[in-house]
Write a protein that binds this ligand. Sequence first.
Ligand code: BES
Ligand code: MN
Ligand code: ZN
Length: 498
Amino acid sequence: MDISVSNAEPAKIKTGCLVLPVSNQRKLSGCTAAIDKASDGYLSNILKQGDLSTKLAASLTLHQVPNIAAKRVVLINTAGNKSTDPISATDFDKVAGSQARALADINSKDATSCLLETEVDSKDLCKKAQSLAQALVAHNYRFDMHKSSKAEPVELKKLSLHCDNKKNNKTVSTGIDRGVSIGNGMQTARDLGNMAANICTPTYLANHAKQLKKALPSLKVSVLNEAQMEKLKMGSLLSVSAGSEQEARLICMEYKGGKASAKPVVLVGKGITFDTGGISIKPSAGMDEMKFDMCGAASVFGVMRAVAELKLPINVVGVVAAAENMPGSKATKPGDIVTSMSGQTIEVLNTDAEGRLVLCDALTYISKYKPDVVIDIATLTGAVIIALGHHTTGLMSNDDKLAADLYEAGINSDDKCWRLPIWDEYQQQLSSNFADIPNIGGRAAGSITAGCFLSRFAKDYQWAHLDIAGVAWKQGAAKGATGRPVPMLMEYLINRAS
Ligand code: BES
Ligand code: MN
Ligand code: ZN
């Protein structure tokens, strides 16, 4: 998909489709008013008939509008509650989605959109362009790698965003680049998440990192195998893969876009390519969804792709702790005690609390990068779904500023998170009669005690934990990975870069 900026006069643009905003059905403005005038009131007549629904983001496709060069016109309702006010950022994202849908439904190879002239609260021109581009890439996502007949590709090949002032072209193209790369990063995350677990193994993820390096040579990739992790004394991580034929991998991707001396942001992803629960085996209903237990890792791959594509002037390290949690004969048993790389001993009271066991060794390992900030991303607990549902990521942190920045990034990218406390009262739920720390803290506050567990291994740096168990994939008829929280993380990183 080619998305670019154009300054041509809308009525004269030879295009398969012209997309026009309607912010007030009774009083047209901007490009929409210009086309209405050129077509002798054709648009306002149709609007008077009430053909465009008054619902936000409703669309109406028109053919053969007189006196203009475009083959079709798509009208999109961009009116909020009061048609004179700017609409909210979230509403504009809905408008962007509606445009993507409308363009996919018509058989047009190219289109020009005038939606940038919509007035939006707290979205500048750059952000509007980003939103339109991101929605288009997201909407064109197909996952058919396991199907023998492939989905029809979307007809649309080129979208121009109309900008009435040449001076703003640079701003618009920056927004487009961001939207496309974030969209691409989400596609990577969704592809890896959706892949079947017999294909997408720890070794597959390691090879994916090597592939990513081929496409984006600015990445440096290294992979640790089990023997190497043994040498580093990662007894906790290795206790998770012990019951599986599939070997664990620790995958590191370094991107250096900033000053050599600048401390990196390190992202650590939970990459359990399948979570049976191990000996503390899960009930069988819906267990197929545990192929999504590597969605934290998938989001790290997605972010690394987007950051490298955008050549952001920052240093970022992506680390993926990949393992398969199986109940084989060598599997870790409840009550087993393992020694983590940090030296802390862990009593594995429940082998299904495995995410924290792979993450804790990764959190110790990454101190070698001298991180400024560390963010781990994990489908860590079912309990976070009870707390926040499927809308919001659980955020825990040992640093108020980092927590505030991530919260803000979530709001501004429509990929929200909400902070949960990891106070001492909760820390005390983690007590073991036999080892330094147990891997579970009882039924109450399950997401928080998981966060508390991780915090014990993240004392040397500013750290945040994102529990994405509720948001990383959809269930039911629309079952599939969402690509979250790539938008939130990219918003955070772009803000840091500028
Ligand atoms: N991967 C799961 C968490 C999960 C469960 C995500 C359901 C999405 C949907 C994790 O490894 C796990 O099994 N957690 C346990 C922890 C418990 C044993 C303390 C859980 O949430 O039940
Ligand atoms: Mn588990
Ligand atoms: Zn898990």
